[in-house]
Design a protein around this ligand. Structure first.
Ligand code: SF4
Ligand code: SF4
Length: 284
């Protein structure tokens, strides 16, 4: 196998290309060569007289927000839009292009877009829904078992990932931090009985006078030293105090909500509802 020596050269806008260094080619003896096919975008088949503009890489010029090309009826996404990325980007491009296409065929401006990924829905949960197993596993992520290499290399159509079996799937699920379930505080419902302060295993709830953040952090039941994590400070309660909660150490165990006699603490689940083409958030 003969390799030509190249070096990475970066253009002013940071794009990398490989240029021959002029050094002698290198020859490696091999018994077998497995060819890993890198895929390139190439659009020689697109006629150059249909109103599509191409850049210096011979890639179509595409708006990074609307995914519309210079021919308004043609949209691009995935590798064809901005070069190789991964499939997650391609799916996201597909969603955004679908919104543009939907607006375009309805005669609306593709520039006027619903905000992406911002519809948060809180769902009040019953006690048995949030009484989940919060004994989190500290295991590192489990690797998906793969088929034996000898089998995989014999047939390119072999499915390489075997997936988790029941036992491994359970172990992986135990790593879930349950971060979709949050403690939500309602100041008007609180009678300041301190029951939640007593039960909290992390001492992360404090009822105190409000004040400057540095002093407030220092006089919490468990002082909050991690200043990169915001404190939650409630509105003023009936006695003039506030409730401050250090989210940095909260386990989301739900004991405060279980203990609270008035429902001032509540465990709520949030659902992220992303924007889709012809989604209800577009129907304004
Ligand atoms: S969820 Fe648990 S750790 Fe968090 S504030 Fe409530 S009692 Fe404390
Ligand atoms: S248990 Fe409920 S009512 Fe009592 S102090 Fe805590 S939040 Fe307020």
């Amino acid at each position: 196998m003969v390799f030509e020596k190249v070096a990475a050269v970066y253009s002013a806008d940071g794009r990398r290309s490989l240029k021959p260094t002029g050094e002698p080619d290198e020859h490696y003896e091999c018994d077998d060569v497995l060819v890993a096919v890198g895929q390139e975008n190439a659009f020689p088949w697109i006629e150059r007289d249909i109103g599509l503009d191409f850049d210096q890489w011979d890639m179509p010029k595409v708006d990074p927000v609307t995914f519309q090309s210079s021919n308004p009826k043609v949209f691009f996404g995935g590798d064809a839009a901005f070069g190789p990325k991964n499939i997650i980007w391609a799916v996201a491009h597909g969603h955004d292009a679908a919104i543009s296409i939907d607006k375009f065929v309805h005669g609306q401006s593709v520039e006027d877009r619903p905000p992406p990924m911002v519809t948060l829905v809180s769902q009040k949960m019953g006690i048995h829904e949030w009484a989940y197993d919060n004994d989190l596993s500290n295991d590192v992520r489990y690797k998906v078992p793969l088929v034996d290499k000898d089998v995989a290399l014999k047939d390119v159509r072999t499915e390489v990932e075997l997936g988790f079996d029941r036992k491994l799937g359970y172990a992986e699920a135990q790593r879930c931090l349950n971060c979709d379930v949050q403690t939500v505080f309602s100041a008007p419902l609180c009678i300041e009985c301190d029951a939640c302060v007593d039960i909290c295993p992390m001492d992360c709830i404090t009822f105190t006078e409000n004040g400057e953040e540095e002093a407030l952090r220092a006089r919490l039941n468990a002082p909050a030293h991690n200043t990169t994590q915001d404190l939650y400070v409630s509105e003023t309660l009936k006695t003039g105090r506030i409730m401050a909660k250090d989210e940095d150490v909260c386990l989301h165990c739900g004991l405060c909500a279980e203990r609270c006699p008035t429902g001032a603490w509540d465990m709520q689940r949030f659902t992220l509802d992303i924007t889709h083409a012809d989604h209800r958030c577009q129907q304004r």
